[in-house]
Design a protein. Sequence first.
Length: 76
Amino acid sequence: MDSEVTRLKQQIEQEYQAMKEGLTGLSSVARHQIIHQRYENIYHCMEALETLIGEEQSRAIVIQINNQVIEGRVQA
């Protein structure tokens, strides 16, 4: 179970990173499509995490990764 949680956390981080990188140099329609698809992927990972560790912990992980990757904040 721990390895699956780790894999899902890494996938969520990669999706956020790809979303962030995909925002430069594209038309607004393409950016919207990329962001939408990445959020869909993140949602599916979050659902899988929920089955392993519960809804509250899963959502906390996604928020933490968002804060780290997109907003550049590190949780203390």
